[in-house]
Ligand binder design. Structure first.
Ligand code: 3HC
Length: 311
């Protein structure tokens, strides 16, 4: 593609223009956004599995209703994001097939198990808390459809985070066993949540280009630090201990210093060897097969509608 159009495109980005589906864009811009938006969508859909596990086991009707609403929201987030990805030219079918075949990623965080009810609290508080940190800047992403999808998603995420935090507060103020369950969930979710933000900046292969194209507004490490700074006081308020012996307030920098993240665990999870990777993909493949008739029926119905309109 000619350098002039690429230069004009970058000038639009520098001027904070919104890029829309019918605008000219570099093939690499289209490719990296299709990659990120579709993987974001896969994360929402796979993310329904760990929480869905507790819908029939929620301790009260109120908790069940909130969890049901949250899981339905995540499905809707997947819908907005697949729709945004389709504006770049890929079909939903091919994007979903890439995930089912293991070629496309979804967030590492959803490869961990949810053995107790406190995990539902920890996911809402920590995972959705981390997601909010990452998704608010995406509301200002240079690609219009993605930014607009994020505005709706962020409104719903804040409810997700609040209901999770309330579950943790109830447990932390409950019996000794309940507080121990909340602490155990924090112990298991803290470090995987820090990995959600992606590899350290110096190992991030997309950050430079994504930052230049104003897809990524803050670096992986910046958002990770923002999340830690916001979450440590919340853990203290809950009377829970963050499982990091090196966590220390740094008066000079105004941030919490934290211990080393186990990037080998991250690599393991990304290569399919996390605790639940196989279960999650198997569950998605099963749902996809069992849902084939719904897709066929919907397609047949729309063809009939189309035929009626043109008859
Ligand atoms: N899990 C899985 N893969 C990850 C990852 C994670 N936590 N973090 C990074 N990666 C992958 C990247 O996708 C990339 O691989 P690829 O080239 O095959 O796509 C590779 O690791 C290198 O990482 P980079 O930092 O170079 O990649 P990015 O610039 O894309 O940054 C990101 C990674 C910050 C996750 C970015 O893609 C992003 O902001 N994505 C949109 C938000 C998102 O997907 N959040 C995931 C959670 S969704 C969620 O929480 C739903 C909520 O409702 C609960």
């Amino acid at each position: 593609e000619d350098a002039e159009r690429a230069a004009h495109f970058q000038a639009r980005i520098d001027a904070d223009d919104r890029i829309e589906p019918n605008d000219w864009m570099p093939a690499a811009y289209r490719k990296t956004l299709t990659r990120q938006i579709s993987q974001h969508a896969h994360s929402e859909i796979v993310g329904m599995l760990p929480e869905g596990n507790w819908i029939t086991r929620a301790p009260t009707l109120r908790r069940k209703a909130a969890l049901l609403a949250k899981v339905q929201d995540e499905c809707g987030h997947g819908l907005y994001l697949y729709a945004a990805a389709e504006t770049l030219g890929s079909s939903r079918e091919e994007l979903v097939d890439l995930m089912l075949s293991g070629k496309a990623k979804y967030s590492s965080i959803f490869n961990y198990p949810t053995p107790t009810w406190a995990d539902i609290g920890a996911i809402g508080w920590l995972v959705d808390g981390a997601a909010i940190m990452n998704q608010i800047p995406l509301c200002r992403c240079s690609y219009g459809p993605y930014a607009r999808a994020m505005i709706r998603v962020c409104k719903e995420e804040s409810f997700h985070q609040r209901q999770g935090y309330e579950i943790m507060l109830t447990l932390a103020r409950g019996t000794e066993e309940q507080k121990a369950m909340a602490q155990n969930a924090l112990d298991r979710w803290w470090w995987p949540c820090l990995m959600m933000f992606g590899p350290p900046d110096q190992l991030s292969q997309h950050s430079d280009q994504s930052t230049q194209w104003k897809i990524k507004r803050f670096s992986n490490d910046d958002l990770r630090q923002k999340f830690i700074d916001a979450t440590v006081p919340q853990a203290h308020y809950l009377g829970l201990t963050i499982p990091d012996a090196d966590l220390k307030w740094n008066e000079a920098s105004g941030h919490w210093d934290y211990g080393a993240i186990d990037w080998n665990e991250f690599k393991q999870v990304l290569s399919g060897n996390g605790p639940c990777n196989r279960d999650r993909i198997a569950a998605r493949r099963k749902a996809h097969e069992e849902g084939a008739w719904v897709r066929e029926a919907a397609a047949a119905y729309s063809e009939k509608q189309q035929a009626r309109r043109t008859a």
